[in-house]
Write a protein that binds this ligand. Structure first.
Ligand code: HEC
Ligand code: HEC
Ligand code: HEC
Ligand code: HEC
Length: 456
């Protein structure tokens, strides 16, 4: 054997048995959200609100590393009403503009019908994924079960699942949920050999995530979820790292991964970032919210149909009184009227109009009288009747009370006494500064003197 052979063996001999060349290690920042709950923009009911996809955009846009992974774990939708689905389409556009890689289906999305989900997925700029939400007819996943993305030569599978628990009576028509475990049991052996990293978007609670990690060694990263609070710390379980977030778009999850090879990675950093009120709201998303409001303004929605509202009422429990409007109360209650006119309540509809939200059904219930009930405010009334937080927003429908004091002796109606609980129907959560009766009531308290009914 001559020197030439030795040289050849030295040059190529080792190389022949070596595994395929792995790419250089890759910094992979992973950003994830969950439970955005329709908050394209915060409602603006008081200043200092956190979150909104507006702020999500500002933060992600400032992010230099474009190679990152961006995913949503589910419950981006706020509900299954027609206007909420319209808004979801604008949210999908916002996710697309933010270069999200995949959106998992949560419980709210699973309340849509199979047909709606297929249509949304068909038009979404970002793939919707769910491995265990199935079409009841075909028993096949109703959207893609997973997708594989490539970053710096590494292949990453993003798989979606959602917990069947809690979905029982909310599941949309034409859908069934397969247990997460059985869907993953079939999928993972197929996907694992194709990729370097598996990221599971798991719309489930903490014990659910831990169970999946224990059962499937293939899972590298599990992102949740269906939790009450964002994760306090990174958890490790079996061979997975587990991290989760929630809070209606106020908290953004971040994981800094360093990928080295198949299932070979380390976590360089992790953080749940608060999208606080000092982060500016991105104009591009504000514009999408505006476009949503313009579209719902002219759309014919189910709740515009009074017949339908009537049908929603429980039979036999028909509300006897109907809404007549604050104007009908003012003459007999001048003292209360004067106090009311001076309060913010009397201008609550103009407040909505100022932000173009006066036709947005998500805003009307607290800024008008009786919205969503048969005799209450309807959108086609515009600014004409039953607008503002009127007398009847608190005291209830007043037709019988008015008839009684106008001299109809056949009516004997007692206006219900009110208290703090009646304020909290509107003053709660993100819709109000923390409500405190002792400081709020004095600002709107009104006289008790009614002028005796004028004799006709
Ligand atoms: C659950 C009831 C409720 C809903 C729904 C609601 N609001 Fe409000 N809104 C309130 C209450 C209560 C206040 C007063 C809060 C306070 O004084 O702390 C308010 C105040 C406001 C204000 C005035 C804020 C200020 O600083 O003066 C704006 C603007 C507003 N809401 C916009 C909206 C928009 C837009 C929507 C729909 C996306 C909406 N609201 C939905 C209850 C509601
Ligand atoms: C025709 C005159 C008249 C009109 C219109 C009228 N009220 Fe009254 N209201 C009265 C009188 C009189 C009383 C009894 C005052 C008393 O007993 O001291 C009363 C009492 C009340 C009370 C105290 C609780 C009760 O049942 O005694 C409330 C609350 C009230 N009215 C709200 C309203 C509201 C809201 C409207 C508009 C929907 C309205 N009123 C329209 C005359 C009127
Ligand atoms: C039907 C929904 C609703 C109910 C019920 C309601 N509020 Fe309000 N409240 C609002 C809205 C909307 C605003 C914001 C009005 C605006 O500025 O446009 C508001 C604003 C206020 C404000 C700040 C504005 C001002 O005039 O000082 C106070 C205080 C207040 N509410 C107290 C109360 C109290 C006390 C109750 C219960 C007795 C109550 N509210 C019940 C919807 C409601
Ligand atoms: C934000 C909620 C709210 C609004 C709006 C409101 N009220 Fe009241 N009203 C109350 C509460 C709370 C009380 C005190 C508790 C009670 O008497 O039930 C009260 C008390 C009254 C009383 C006195 C009842 C008594 O004990 O003598 C009258 C009359 C009355 N309101 C009429 C009106 C009229 C008229 C309007 C519209 C111009 C109006 N209210 C708007 C919440 C409201």
């Amino acid at each position: 054997m001559g020197w030439g052979w030795v040289l050849l063996i030295l040059l190529f001999g080792v190389g022949c048995d070596a595994p395929p060349k792995t790419p250089a290690a890759l910094d992979l920042p992973v950003y994830f959200t969950a439970d955005i709950n329709g908050r394209l923009v915060p409602c603006g009911c008081f200043s200092g609100q956190h979150g909104g996809m507006t702020r999500l955009r500002t933060v992600l846009e400032a992010e230099a590393n474009a190679a990152g992974l961006r995913v949503d774990v589910g419950d981006a939708l706020s509900g299954t009403a027609d206007f909420e689905v319209i808004q979801y389409r604008y949210q999908l556009q916002a996710f697309g503009d933010l270069h999200y890689d995949a959106l998992n289906l949560g419980h709210r999305e699973a309340g849509l019908s199979a047909a709606q989900l297929r249509e949304l997925a068909g038009k979404s700029p970002v793939p919707l994924v769910s491995a265990n939400l199935l079409d009841a007819a075909t028993r096949q996943p109703v959207v893609a079960p997973y997708r594989i993305v490539e970053r710096g030569g590494f292949k990453i599978a993003v798989i979606g699942v959602l917990d069947a628990v809690g979905l029982e009576d909310r599941l949309g028509s034409g859908l069934v949920v397969e247990p997460m475990e059985s869907a993953l049991g079939v999928l993972l052996p197929k996907v694992r050999p194709q990729v370097d990293l598996i990221v599971l978007l798991a719309f489930t609670d903490e014990p659910g995530m831990a169970r999946l990690a224990q059962q499937f060694y293939e899972l590298n990263v599990i992102l949740g979820g269906r939790v009450r609070q964002p994760a306090q710390e990174l958890k490790r379980e079996n061979r997975s790292v587990i991290y989760f977030t929630t809070n209606e778009s106020r908290a953004l999850g971040f994981l800094g991964l360093l990928l080295k090879g198949p299932s070979d990675f380390s976590v360089q950093g992790n953080e749940i970032r608060l999208l606080h009120d000092r982060i500016p709201e991105a104009a591009a998303v504000v514009a999408l919210a505006k476009a949503y409001r313009a579209e719902v303004r002219t759309a014919r929605l189910a709740l515009d149909d009074p017949e339908r509202l009537q049908a929603d009422q429980v039979p036999g429990v028909r509300t006897a009184a109907s809404y007549v409007g604050s104007e009908s109360c003012l003459t007999c209650h001048p003292e209360a009227a004067a106090k009311w006119k001076d309060s913010g309540h009397a201008h609550a509809f103009e407040t909505l109009a100022r932000v173009d939200a006066d036709a947005d059904p998500r805003c009307l219930s607290c800024h008008t009288v009786g919205f969503g009930t048969p005799s209450g405010y309807r959108r086609e009334l515009g600014a004409a009747r039953l607008t503002q937080v009127g007398c009847e927003s608190c005291h209830g429908p007043g037709s019988l009370h008015v008839r009684q004091y106008q001299g109809d002796t056949s009516v004997s109606f007692k206006v219900r006494p009110l208290g703090e609980g009646d304020c909290r129907k509107c003053h709660y959560g993100e819709f109000s500064r923390p409500f405190d009766w002792a400081t709020f009531w004095p600002k709107v308290a009104h006289g008790t003197k009614a002028v005796p009914p004028a004799q006709p």
